[in-house]
Design a protein around this ligand. Structure first.
Ligand SMILES: *Cc1c(COP(=O)(O)O)cnc(C)c1O
Length: 477
């Protein structure tokens, strides 16, 4: 008979100091900070004591051995310390086929933009110094002129994101007064960004006109009162109202504003600087076009179709932009030096629109040649099959990718992917384990299969994907 009193078994649990001296733990402290390792050991010991006294750890003869407890503690503490020492923001291979995936960080930056961030991070910069005079300068200067040049607008301002851009614009132009919007454009973007809420936050009052499917210029005209401050057009970038519809265009609103003398603002959301229809994508109004229509203020995101860093870009008439710059809110939503750096580099890529298609990853993915996607799918299938052997069935398959990020909602882009059906585990299990890998791999579950869409897999990522998947299937079999 062994001593089966749980309370007396507790004395076989080694103390923290002894665990710290264990050779496995000692080598772990070389790669993980000591406080993390120490906490993991303490937590594990507390857990074990609790498991013993509550009977969750069944009493058995092995528990009389200090070595048994030592190896149990080392294993558990090692797992905890490793998991806590892993960065929480991790690299992901996006095999979902959603190009601007908000949950995966939206746009992948151009090489030049990544370089610019690196430079800005590695030393000092003239963020707010005019180098020609040595005096204080504006952090917006590097992007202001580029934006004006690219969009044809008189002036520009950049803030933290487009939600902030809309808030700043409304708060500057319409605080305490009325803003007229079509009922069909009371957009919710996601993450509780709703146009009516933003308007309330800005201190302006919403005046809805028209119906969900039809709004005419006369609807706006009839709603104008001495209290009106702004005519707002919101691009329904993440949904479409189709069928029996009539939308009042920004050009028509500008016509109206000639007599009413009211400014017209357009929230484009996923503003594009390039005509996407040349690659068969649905035509989106370009920022240049909306500016040319005479719109006074235009807002759009930096990390949607533009393919740059997270930012809210405001372009328009100088008088209005100057008023926004003086709004104290601008300071609260200002961009940091990394955004300035990445945005300047991204915008420079647009100076030559031909090379922009190749050099801006978002544009490259959106315009990817279907024949090349098929070749890549065939090649990936071959490599995965060779690596996975009989532990998975891999097949190239035709599919549709999505633009995402609330842009071009009706565009399903014909694409190619690889369908993976594992043996020895379910597809859900495989998807879960792929998310735990480094880098994590995010595919798409479709018809009980895991689909890896080639459109959003970056050059060079295929070999990593093969290695990770092969290792995982081997371990799981
Ligand atoms: C996406 C979007 C926004 C919000 O832009 P963020 O950059 O995500 O803050 C605002 N308005 C419209 C129409 C949008 O599509």
């Amino acid at each position: 008979m062994f001593d089966n009193n749980p309370n007396s078994l507790l004395r076989h649990i080694p103390p923290v100091d002894e665990v710290l001296n264990n050779s496995v733990i000692a080598s772990l402290t070389k790669s993980a900070p000591r406080p993390i390792v120490l906490q993991a050991i303490r937590d594990t010991i507390t857990q074990l004591r609790e498991e013993l006294t509550t009977g969750r750890l069944p009493v058995q003869p092995e528990l009389q051995s200090r070595d048994f407890f030592m190896s149990l503690i080392v294993q558990r503490a090692l797992d905890q310390a490793r998991s806590q020492n892993r960065p929480k923001l991790r690299q992901v291979i996006n095999a979902s086929g959603v190009v601007l995936h908000t949950n995966l960080g939206r746009a992948v930056l151009a090489e030049s933009a990544r370089q610019a961030i690196n430079n800005a991070a590695s030393g000092y910069s003239n963020l707010e110094m005019d180098l020609s005079t040595g005096k204080r300068g504006s952090r917006y200067a590097p992007v202001e002129q580029l934006l004006a040049q690219l969009t044809g607008a008189e002036a520009a301002l950049v803030v933290n994101n487009n939600a902030a851009a809309v808030l700043l614009a409304l708060s500057t132009l319409a605080n305490g007064r009325e803003v007229i919007v079509s009922r069909g454009q009371l957009v919710e973007i996601g993450g509780s960004f709703r146009i009516p809420d933003v308007m309330a936050q800005s201190g302006s009052r919403l005046v809805e006109v028209g119906t969900t499917n039809k709004t005419y210029p006369t609807d706006y005209q009839r709603a104008i009162t001495p209290e009106t401050a702004l005519l707002l057009h919101v691009h329904t970038s993440n949904y479409r109202i189709v069928g029996f519809t009539r939308e009042t265009t920004t050009a028509e609103l500008v016509d109206l504003s000639r007599t009413s003398k009211l400014p017209v603002m357009s929230d484009l959301g996923s503003g594009s600087l390039i005509d996407l229809s040349v690659y068969g994508l649905p035509a989106e109004p370009t920022v240049q076009q909306v500016v040319k229509d005479g719109t006074d203020v235009v807002t759009f995101s930096g990390d949607k179709l533009l393919g740059g860093p997270q930012a809210g870009i405001i372009v328009g008439k100088k008088d209005y932009i100057d008023r926004m710059k003086k709004n104290p809110l601008t300071r609260a939503v200002r961009i940091d030096k990394f955004t300035v750096a990445a945005l300047e580099a991204t915008l420079r890529e647009y100076i030559d629109s031909k090379t922009a298609w190749q050099r801006i990853p978002t544009l490259g993915m959106l315009s990817a040649d279907i024949n090349i996607l098929k070749l890549r799918a065939d090649s990936l299938t071959e490599k995965l099959t060779a690596a996975a052997g009989d532990r998975a069935l891999c097949t190239p398959i035709q599919t549709f990718s999505a633009v995402g990020g609330g842009a071009l909602p009706t565009a399903g882009l014909p694409s190619w992917g690889v369908e993976v059906v594992p043996r020895g585990m379910t597809v859900l299990e495989l998807a879960g384990r792929l998310r735990e890998e480094q880098p994590a791999i995010i595919g798409r579950l479709q018809d009980e299969k895991l689909l890896l869409d080639l459109r959003t897999i970056l050059p060079g990522e295929e070999s990593v994907l093969v290695k990770v998947l092969a290792g995982l299937l081997k371990g799981g079999a």
